[in-house]
Design a protein around this ligand. Sequence first.
Ligand SMILES: CC(=O)SCCNC(=O)CCNC(=O)[C@H](O)C(C)(C)COP(=O)(O)OP(=O)(O)OC[C@H]1O[C@@H](n2cnc3c(N)ncnc32)[C@H](O)[C@@H]1OP(=O)(O)O
Ligand SMILES: O=CC(=O)O
Ligand SMILES: [Mg+2]
Length: 532
Amino acid sequence: MAVPKERVVTQPARIEGQTGPGHDRILTPEALVFLAGLHRRFDTRRLALLAARRERQARYDAGALPDFRADTAEIRSGKWTVARIPAALQDRRVEITGPVERKMIINALNSGAKVFMADFEDSSAPTFANQLDGQINLRDAVNGNIEFTSPEGKQYRISGNPAVLVVRPRGWHLPERHITVDGEPMAGALVDFGLYAFHNARTLQARDRGPYFYLPKMEAMEEAALWDDVMSAAEDELGLPSGCMKATVLIETLPAVFQMHEILHALRNRAVGLNCGRWDYIFSYLKTLRGHRDRLLPERGQVLMTVPFLKAYSELLIQTCHRRGAFAMGGMAAQIPIKGDEVANEAAMAKVRADKLREVQAGHDGTWVAHPALVPVAQEIFDKYMPSPNQLNVERADVKVTRDQLIAPCSGSISRAGFDNNVEVALRYTASWLDGQGCVPIHHLMEDAATAEIARAQLWQWLHHGSVEFTDHAPINFALFDHALVTHTHRLRESGLPGAARADEAAALLASLTHADQLGDFLTLPAYDRLA
Ligand SMILES: CC(=O)SCCNC(=O)CCNC(=O)[C@H](O)C(C)(C)COP(=O)(O)OP(=O)(O)OC[C@H]1O[C@@H](n2cnc3c(N)ncnc32)[C@H](O)[C@@H]1OP(=O)(O)O
Ligand SMILES: O=CC(=O)O
Ligand SMILES: [Mg+2]
């Protein structure tokens, strides 16, 4: 049934969840009308694109393999570049990322990094309160009046030359069930983008820093075209110049690596770069090829950026970006500082340095870090090997990456410790997420939704493809999984660690996902139904 015209224009989105202090200044009547407009114009298309993902996946499950598209060959061979990149984004050598928590936003903006990516995605557990508090925090940061006092009395405020703010909304797949339009839940992506744009885009545009976004987890150029149309509509509605909203796209799914030119082309009036979102990319390799017994991955610790299929991906990304005048951003090393153990800390920092050295020497224009203490570590390497603000001039014409290289099987092994670590990480991360915390340190590594997905997907893969063995040739089986899960659940419950209170729920979810006949699309979808 068609929606009456005046309803399309004026009927606001409805709030279905509990709101807290200050949320009314984010969920204003005007903002709710703006959100409703985005939903009515774009949600049908979003749902169709999600259905297209499922159809593609069914073909891969039936034996097909991803490949470059025949219908877009002209885009790949054509001569074109992305639009001029704003001055504020010309030097992105170190970008810090982090959740939209108030203290962390201030710390990240003060960290010395060129860019801060404020994250509503992999590092966020999207409780309604987290998402709305995040919007308040970002609005205050944009307005220059963000402050925080810790329970111990430590004062936080912005000082010096803060990092340029870039916001990552949720991916197209996640719903926001606390905001509905015409009885339907809105897309998390449209809520995060819409509220941030509505409250901040005009303020940002009036300065030398604009409304800038990181776009996650896309699988096809049509999904990028949808973002382009959403941003154009928002620019029109807010009276902003066309193309002022800028986008950096994470290439973090296997299908997307075959459409990098196409994705940049779809967003060519606003694209400033692509980023190697390595953790989701590994997860997507597992998920896309879940039906292919010959492409199992070894344990997480062995799937490094130097293995052939990941090296091919990052080099093709650099070549593609630089051909189009766009930045080729590197990704996240998972190591974080280790306090109280100098030797272990130095070993972790050496791994970060090696990762950043590989990136800068391959031609990346910048990189990501997960913690303020890593900013100088990454910056030292990029300053040394990239004296100019970027290296767009590095063409990487030598790179000749084929389809087979992008989906090459990865050799390696699975140890009992690697298996056990996957159970522990998947459980502890899920429990923390259910408790409202989307990023946690586990055994001195940063764990977020993307890294935990790898752990969960690998367990499923090893258990469901017959006769997968450990290094000592013992078979991997469900009894071992069930036993490890019980052990870690008990340990977590007793530990007082983040997520301890949600250990049993997390274990039940992980057991059902791991025993299910099919690898579930996203851990965060069933987990969202149970989120505090
Ligand atoms: C795959 C991907 O998508 S990667 C992108 C998503 N992931 C991320 O963004 C990771 C962000 N990082 C983090 O959340 C954290 O660094 C964690 C959870 C990994 C570790 O956090 P902690 O154990 O609290 O770190 P630690 O205790 O060493 O923190 C020291 C200080 O640095 C701050 N800090 C740590 N990480 C960050 C960050 N990313 N941004 C801003 N501040 C930070 C802490 O708030 C703390 O501040 P304080 O001294 O003023 O109290
Ligand atoms: O978002 C980044 C990733 O590695 O995943
Ligand atoms: Mg990711």
